[in-house]
Write a protein that binds this ligand. Structure first.
Ligand code: PEP
Ligand code: MN
Length: 350
């Protein structure tokens, strides 16, 4: 839209889009609507159908398969506001916590030191997508309630994973009343979608529909065998279904590496590609990418130097006895050191 466009001209464009049977997404600027994205198959439509309306500056087709998340659609960086805390605004968003929530003592101990280190977002899985059905599947709703306590006590924001639309079987064998997504929506500040679910398109759409009003931020992880195009199209599923607040999270991909040395291969180069192709914030999860606490700092520093907007890090008060991902979980001291190092690198390149 032209800067001088009036509200009634904006409305005329939106009405014409609706009359033609299309949906739209709007980006607001300081003087009103900046950009209107028209969604659907517009191949049979002439540009003039919209450009002739007063107040329209220009009409442009987005050639990328992913549209709303592309730089072509919006050149400006998308900044995600998590209740006042910004992700993607040029700062370094650090998120840390255990792989899985285990006990009250564990959650409160980790919450206390994460907060004391100055980290504002705590992670922790209540629903765990484990490769083996015999591994610990997570505390479920009881874990989410612990997150609510740690959130209340330390003012931390919470990121936790929703694994699907099913009802979880609690550790005591009982079936939870509501489905996993409904529970996670209630207890989280950021909803994590794991690598395994990146391609669960129906789930992504339902997630977006259920958060269409709250627009609660969604942290979407890259599938371990997905291309970057697939990753961006998965983000597009969420944004086009009504929730524009997506954070892209890289977490390593499958290559030819021996998992004994590297759990996955760190896709550091993808940070620059995603930042250029997409307007969404990009964060990196060094813990799952490398899978070994001794290398987490190197990978983190590389990710920050490459332009990552944040890091998602696993930490545990007793890594040797963690129920999940202890090998890659940092101790408090290691997390403290990592923070100091990454903040230095971040400051050096900004
Ligand atoms: C996690 O963050 O604990 C997790 C299960 O990650 P991913 O989906 O990347 O495997
Ligand atoms: Mn984990």
């Amino acid at each position: 839209m032209a800067r001088s466009a009036t509200p009634s001209q904006e409305k005329a464009v939106l009405d014409r889009i609706t009359a033609a049977g299309f949906k739209y997404e709007v980006i607001h600027g300081s003087t009103g609507i900046d950009v209107i994205g028209i969604l659907g198959d517009l191949s049979g439509l002439e540009e003039s159908y919209f450009s002739e309306i007063d107040g329209v500056d220009r009409v442009m087709r987005i050639s990328k398969p992913y549209k709303l998340v592309s730089r072509q659609y919006s050149a400006a960086d998308k900044v995600i506001d998590v209740d006042g805390y910004k992700i993607g605004d040029g700062g370094l968003a650090l998120m840390a916590g255990p792989c899985s929530l285990e006990t009250e003592e564990q959650v409160m101990t980790i919450g206390a030191y994460v907060s004391a280190l100055g980290i504002k977002i705590m992670r922790g899985g209540a629903y765990k997508p484990r490769t083996s059905p015999y591994s610990f599947q997570g505390m479920g709703l009881e874990g989410l309630k612990l997150l609510a306590r740690v959130r209340e006590k330390y003012g931390l924001k919470i990121v936790t994973e929703a694994t699907g639309l099913h009802r979880h079987i609690a550790p005591d064998g009982s079936l939870e009343k509501r489905n996993v997504l409904e529970n996670v929506i209630e207890y989280s500040d950021i909803i994590q979608i794991g690598a395994r679910n990146m391609k669960s398109y129906g789930f992504l759409q339902e997630l977006a529909r259920l958060t269409v009003d709250s627009r609660k931020p969604i942290l979407l992880k890259r599938g371990d065998s997905s291309t970057l195009k697939d990753f961006l199209l998965a983000a597009e599923y969420i944004v086009s279904s009504g929730n524009p607040n997506v954070i892209l999270c890289l977490r390593g991909i499958r290559a030819f590496e021996d998992p004994e040395f590297q759990r996955f291969t760190s896709d550091i180069g993808a940070i620059a590609v995603l930042k250029s192709e997409s307007n969404l914030p990009v964060i990196f999860d060094p813990s799952h990418a490398i899978g070994n606490r001794h290398y987490v700092d190197s990978v983190s520093l590389a990710a920050v130097a490459a332009g990552a907007d944040g890091l998602l890090i696993e930490t545990h008060n007793d890594p040797a006895n963690a129920l999940c991902d202890g090998d890659q979980s940092l101790t408090r001291e290691e997390l403290d050191r990592l923070m100091q190092l990454t903040l230095k690198v971040h400051a050096a390149i900004h």
